[in-house]
Design a protein around this ligand. Sequence first.
Ligand code: EPU
Length: 339
Amino acid sequence: MPHAQLLADYSLRPHNTFGFDVRARHAMRIDSVDAAAALANDARIIDMPKLVLGGGSNVVLTHDFDGVALIVGIMGKRVVGEDDDAWLVEAGAGENWHDFVAWTLAHGMPGLENLALIPGTVGAAPIQNIGAYGLEMGERFERLHAVELATGAHAEFDRDACAFGYRDSFFKREGRGRYIITSVVFRLLKAWTPRADYADVARALEGASARDAQAIFDAVIAVRRAKLPDWTVLGNAGSFFKNPVVSADAFESLQAREPGVVSYRQADGQVKLAAGWLIDRCGWKGRGIGGAAVHERQALVLVNRGNATGAEVIELAEAIKRDVLARFGVELEMEPVCL
Ligand code: EPU
């Protein structure tokens, strides 16, 4: 297997949805599992730091990268198994997530419709366990295939090994930077049931003639378009912070002071708070630092007004964190990965 072409002084602007104009000293496009496995014995890059990039929709690039950026372009979508209960569907890591969701629906295999229009690639989806409108990817996940960067060894991870949590997995923690995910297999149940409880989606469905998977897909797209900025127009990385989870006691004392606080009781008794509401309440909506700003319709989304740097976005995020901590005693945690 010949090694992939090594590109020099490569702009990462098209590979991060914030649109930051940072450069990588080197880059390689990884278009096959073999090319991923060959990296471990490629003498040209063996000692270089490596950065695996899919769609770059959950990363903040704060400076040029003195290493090799690995742009994953492994394609392919296919049904790899079927039993009485479900279809097993596999997609290459480089496939666009939304196109894959649309493809599953077009082929009569619903189950991912709540995750329509999430930016990024299939291979990035498990890293932060993408979720929206009442569904997390981990609930439809069967297994994934990966290559260990240091050895080139093939690895398979089942759901337990991925240790999915809320916007979290093994690949954001112990596994960070160690693997290239090459493909992901989903289990889509034949006995489909709608997830349409999320208030915005339920409202968007009111006028719809059906309540099938296609209707939910269309409703989710409409809700996202109304609230979230299109990264091709206004650079962003979706929610910039996780919704923080606090103890029941902490929540009660907060609610006594701030009766309007938006919250969701968790199964374990703890309470998840809407970080967008906390930030909004601190008066940040529409405000910014330099080219970085808080989105006007969704305070949880930080945007690049055109000429922002990653450092400005981080500076803005720190200022927001300080305000939310001072006012509510709540610590916000960043959702995207910061380089
Ligand atoms: N809110 C405000 N002001 C704001 C923003 C939100 O008051 O500026 C309040 C709203 O009233 C609403 C509540 O906060 O009642 C929650 O807002 P929203 O429904 O927009 O959802 P979110 O909690 O802000 C989460 C996910 C999104 C996901 C949506 C829908 C996280 C960190 N974010 O946002 O995921 O699309 O729910 O399920 O969990 C992402 O992770 O990148 C992402 C976009």
